[in-house]
Structure formats: structure tokens, C-alpha cells
Ligand binder design. Structure first.
Ligand code: PGA
Ligand code: ZN
Length: 397
């Protein structure tokens, strides 16, 4: 039984305050977790409140429904209590940041009570031994860096790696190789919010550099390393066109044709948010054209929401969904989205946010829910926290 929920403000990786929760149980179980925070947030995401407001409201409304009322190991009841305390459909009362921190801290306390690792508590003892392939952000711009690429993220995708550990190191090597290539070309190397290189070059040059780096490391390592993109196209869309700095804007049809061309030219393994977050139909046209060669993933399109995902399934909008627990507010909602996806042939990519903490819950969620991919950066400390946890989980599983 949960006996105490403590909420506080801590720092995230951008130096902003975020919500951290501690959950303690009667039998001595303990869990601690912190909410991440996005910069290129989807318009349909659950609401992140200023941390002090989220904490005050959660103390008033949610904590009394948890302390002495719910078992930490009973995740669905914990998350149902959070929804009941909030009373809205987007966590605008207690804040999705308070909700997700409490939800994840309760899961850790539940695992602690069981004496089981978190991934096993979340996935159950009969879960398969599928491990997620890490997608590593190596070059980017958009809302994550000034004066850099239009495309938000170029992601190393070590699809042929024999293990998570090999894949994690390969992504770090691709990241390092890119800085060498940029240096050779005399391009200054800054970093974006997630630790990816944020060079002042056009998207076309970035494609070349990332292709060269992934090819080189793939040859050295002896397994296939592809790459992919998060275009975060909702941030580019002005209501009529996709706005590119330094090159002509694209209409929706031109944007679809451009993505098809890049998928074919670079054999892309993955393309996230290639189109606006409300354009389920354009997503469907793109998926129809290249869905058999690559993953077309909806992030801002779905915001980890089962109703939006169901719409995408009905229309054939994508073959993949990004899973961010803080977009929807609880682990239960996130797992429901993963399961609805997997019942319908939609691959899940469990994801960090651009603002992160040392919290490692998403590594356990990806393994527990048998998600085929995890997107959690490459080298920055708040990213390596998750990657190193995956290495440990692989060793122990
Ligand atoms: P965000 O970006 O965390 O800034 O929203 C990550 C993403 O778009 O996947
Ligand atoms: Zn995204």
C-alpha cells in the first residue's frame, strides 16, 4: 500500500525545473522518477503545467487518492487514481508532468516490493526476450538548435547489430565519426539539446555526412547501420506549406515526394513525423508509397493517444508509433498504445524528450513492453543513463 508520495522540483537537462516524485509503500518499497519535457511538443499532448503549479495541484488532488488507498504494484489502479484526481481528459488540472512522475515512481516502488527489476514488473515474467534497437540522434536542428538543419533529427539506426550493447556503442561511434567528417570539411561543431551535432549546413549536406559516417562504422563493425529521420514537420508547416530555410518551401504533395525520394536514395530505415500532425491522409499516402521499405512513425500525429492511433490504423496513416509516457500522462496509457499498435502491426518506438533527467524508466518500458525500438539519444549524460541501463538489462535478462 502506498503510504507516502513526495513531490519536488529538480533540474532537467536544459536547466529548467521539472517534477520529481518519490513513492513509498507500507512494506518498505521505494520508487523515484522525474518527468521529461519536450520542445517540439505536439498540439494534442497532455498538458505540462509549470512545475510548482503541477506539484501544488497534485498534492491537493492526487496524493490523497493514493496514500493509504492504492497498491504501488497495481499500476492500473495507480493510474486510474491519477485520472480520477485530475478529472480532465488531458491532465490539465494536476499536470501531465506530475502525473507521469508519480506513475513511473509508483511502478518502481511496485517493482521494489516484488524484488523484481522494473522491466519484469512492467512486462511480466513470461515476456519475450525481444530487445529494442536504439535509434541515436547524431545530427539535428529544428527546434532543438539554432542555425542548424531544418530536419530536427538524423538518427543512426544499427538495424543489423547483434545486441543492444553493440548497437549502443555503434551509435556513439557514428556520433564521433560525424564530428571528424565535419572537422575535415571545416564545419564548426555545436551541439543541440539532445547532444546531437548541430552544424550550420543544409539538409542535403547532412544526408551526405550521416550516410558517410554510418557506412564507415557499418564497415568497421561488420553489421548493417542505416539511418532515419525525425522531421518534426508540424513545426515546419505554416498551414499551407512546409517552410524550409535556405531552400524553397514544399507543398504537401512536394513534401511527400521529397520523403519518398530520400527514402529511396538513402535507404532510410525510419521517418518520423514527415508531415503535419493533423494530416492523417497525407501520412496514409506516404505510407502507401514507401511503408513496405521503411517505418513511417507518428509522434506529434498520435501523441501516444489510443484514440488518435485508432484513427491512424483505420486510415493506414503509418506503420509505427512513437511512445512518450509524458505525452499522455501515465504508464498505463503508454502501454495501452503499444499494445493497440502491436495488435495492428504498428511498431512502437519508446522515446525520450529533448528535455530529460537521469531517470531510466523508458529503458525498462521498452524492454517490458517488447517494443522493437527505443529513441533515447546517443552520448549526453541524461541519454547515456538510459543506454547504460539497457546494457545492464541485457546482461541480466
Ligand atoms: P521534443 O522532441 O521532446 O522536443 O518534443 C523529440 C521528438 O520530436 O521526438
Ligand atoms: Zn518527434
Amino acid at each position: 500500500l502506498i503510504t507516502n508520495v513526495t513531490l519536488r522540483r529538480v533540474l532537467d537537462s536544459r536547466g529548467n525545473p521539472t517534477v520529481e516524485a518519490d513513492v513509498t509503500t507500507e512494506s518498505g518499497g521505494f520508487g523515484r522518477a522525474a518527468a521529461p519535457s519536450g520542445a517540439s511538443t505536439g498540439e494534442h499532448e497532455a498538458i505540462e503545467l509549470p512545475p510548482s503549479e503541477a506539484i501544488a495541484n497534485a498534492r491537493d488532488l492526487a496524493v490523497p487518492r493514493l496514500e493509504g488507498e492504492v497498491y504501488a504494484g497495481d499500476q492500473r489502479s495507480v493510474d486510474a487514481a491519477l485520472h480520477a484526481a485530475d478529472g480532465t481528459d488531458n491532465f490539465s488540472e494536476i499536470g501531465a508532468n506530475s502525473a507521469v512522475a508519480i506513475s513511473m515512481a509508483a511502478a518502481k516502488a511496485g517493482a521494489d516490493v516484488l524484488g523484481a527489476p522494473l522491466y519484469q514488473h512492467l512486462g511480466g515474467t513470461f515476456r519475450g526476450d525481444r530487445f529494442p534497437t536504439p535509434l541515436g540522434n547524431v545530427v539535428g536542428g529544428g527546434e532543438h538548435a539554432e542555425e542548424a538543419t531544418n530536419i530536427q533529427e538524423f538518427l543512426s539506426a544499427p538495424v543489423g547489430a547483434p545486441s543492444v550493447t553493440e548497437a549502443v556503442f555503434a551509435n556513439a561511434e557514428v556520433h564521433a565519426e560525424i564530428s571528424s567528417i565535419l572537422e575535415e570539411r571545416g564545419v564548426p561543431v555545436n551541439k543541440g539539446d539532445e547532444g546531437a551535432w548541430a552544424p550550420p549546413i543544409g539538409d542535403d549536406k547532412a544526408f551526405e555526412v550521416v550516410a558517410e559516417a554510418t557506412d564507415r562504422i557499418s564497415d568497421e563493425r561488420g553489421f548493417e547501420i542505416s539511418f532515419g529521420l525525425d522531421m518534426a514537420a508540424a513545426e515546419m508547416y505554416d498551414g499551407e506549406e512546409y517552410v524550409y530555410e535556405g531552400e524553397p518551401n514544399r507543398s504537401t504533395q512536394e513534401q511527400i515526394d521529397y520523403v519518398v525520394e530520400m527514402v529511396e536514395e538513402y535507404d532510410l530505415a525510419y521517418v518520423e513525423d514527415p508531415l503535419d500532425e493533423n494530416d492523417f491522409e497525407a501520412f496514409a499516402e506516404l505510407t502507401e508509397r514507401v511503408g513496405d521499405q521503411t517505418l513511417i512513425c507518428g509522434d506529434d500525429l498520435y501523441v501516444t493517444n489510443v484514440e488518435r492511433l485508432q484513427e491512424g490504423i483505420d486510415l493506414g496513416s503509418s506503420n509505427s508509433i512513437l511512445i512518450k509516457p509524458n505525452q499522455i500522462g501515465t504508464l498505463t496509457d503508454a502501454v495501452d498504445a503499444i499494445e493497440l499498435g502491436s495488435r495492428n502491426g504498428i511498431e512502437s518506438v519508446v522515446s525520450h524528450r529533448s528535455g530529460e533527467t537521469e531517470d531510466t524508466t523508458i529503458a525498462h518500458l521498452a524492454v517490458g513492453a517488447a517494443a522493437p525500438y527505443i529513441k533515447t539519444g546517443t552520448v549526453a549524460g541524461e541519454r547515456t543513463a538510459k543506454l547504460n541501463e539497457l546494457i545492464r538489462i541485457e546482461e541480466n535478462a
